[in-house]
Design a protein around this ligand. Structure first.
Ligand SMILES: Nc1ncnc2c1ncn2[C@@H]1O[C@H](COP(=O)(O)OP(=O)(O)O)[C@@H](O)[C@H]1O
Ligand SMILES: CC(=O)N[C@@H](CCC(=O)OP(=O)(O)O)C(=O)O
Length: 297
């Protein structure tokens, strides 16, 4: 929100409405997945950082997991490397994984840390490697060949899936002034570095911590029905049916599948919402009406 008299008034009204909700979340963990598409411009970035700072100041334990798919794509473009995706995942060779780590754990991670710190907080930038937080294994994906109907293994290179999450460092930070900002890159026990889809990574962190809320900030208002209307609440079985009938497609499939897994692992509530709306996090968590699609068991 820009610093005008009108906006200051709006912010004060928002805070007054937020107070009872803040008390309900006190000491609870909220994992926020900040997608690359939601990182629209500096104004949105500042509003996001302000929301995260406000959660911490309210006694809530926010953890940011970020993506950066479009930003990786732009860097690969500059280097003359073409981006290729299979089932929504970036095919990642040895050279690409170096660039992925550089962009995610380097520039994007530090940009978000700096934005939160500019709000007077102590953010700390991490990836799965730090504090032995996450270990990954090479992702084993299969795809049915439409002609032969045979299930084929697709080699995505250094794409990983989180298989171990050690919460020691995150528990330590939760008791401190620090706000963790985590890039979805993790080592394997085989010594390789793996590129992990940021939604999957956020789901694994939220699941390991039994978070109260997992928020996915993306570039659409939430899950949309066939007529492009927002679905406010979706049960696990309804979500599976929408994937099966093709209403949910593309990047929304791994996102919704991650939501389902997170709920099955004990995350209390998962929401997909539009990160391009100013103060989306506060509006979702701290107002009566909420925003986006809430996935429920
Ligand atoms: N039913 C649906 N409702 C909303 N979005 C959908 C749906 N089906 C497919 N999508 C697509 O999923 C995209 C969000 O996934 P993705 O691009 O991976 O997001 P992010 O990069 O923010 O993680 C939307 O921009 C939209 O194009
Ligand atoms: C394996 C894989 O696809 N990794 C993603 C990691 C970043 C990501 O997920 O970013 P968004 O949330 O902005 O899409 C990638 O390389 O693009």
């Amino acid at each position: 929100m820009r610093e005008t008299a009108e906006n200051r008034e709006k912010q004060a009204a928002l805070l007054a409405e937020a107070l009872p909700f803040m008390q309900a979340y006190e000491n609870k963990t909220v994992v926020v997945k900040y997608g690359g598409h939601a990182m629209g411009n500096i104004e949105l970035g500042r509003a996001f950082a302000r929301d995260i700072a406000l959660l911490k100041q309210s006694g809530i334990n926010p953890i940011v997991v970020h993506g950066g798919g479009p930003q990786i794509g732009r860097m690969l473009d500059r280097m003359g490397i073409e981006s290729r995706f299979e089932g929504g995942l970036r095919v990642t060779d040895a050279h690409t994984v170096e660039i992925v780590e550089m962009v995610l754990a380097g520039s994007i991670n530090k940009e978000i840390v700096a934005l939160i710190n500019a709000e007077g907080e102590w953010a700390i930038g991490l990836c799965g490697k730090d504090g032995n937080m996450v270990f990954a294994e090479k992702a084993r994906k299969t795809m049915r060949d439409p002609d032969s109907n045979i299930e084929k293994v697709i080699d995505l290179g250094f794409v990983g899936e989180p298989v171990e999450v050690d919460r020691t460092l995150l528990d330590l930070l939760a008791r401190s002034e620090m706000i963790p900002v985590i890039a979805p890159v993790a080592p394997g026990r085989d010594g390789n570095t793996y590129n992990i889809n940021a939604d999957t990574f956020a789901g694994a962190i939220a699941g390991a911590l039994r978070a109260s809320r997992l928020l996915f900030l993306t570039d659409v208002p939430g899950v949309l029905d066939k007529d492009k209307n927002l679905i406010k609440e979706l049960s696990v079985s309804e979500a599976k049916a929408l994937i099966a009938d093709g209403t949910i497609s593309g990047g929304m499939i791994p996102k919704v599948e991650t939501c389902i897994e997170a709920i099955e692992r004990g995350v209390e509530g998962v929401v997909i919402l539009n990160g391009k709306v100013l103060h989306a996090v506060l509006l979702e968590l701290l107002t009566e009406h909420g925003a986006g699609t809430l996935i429920v068991p």
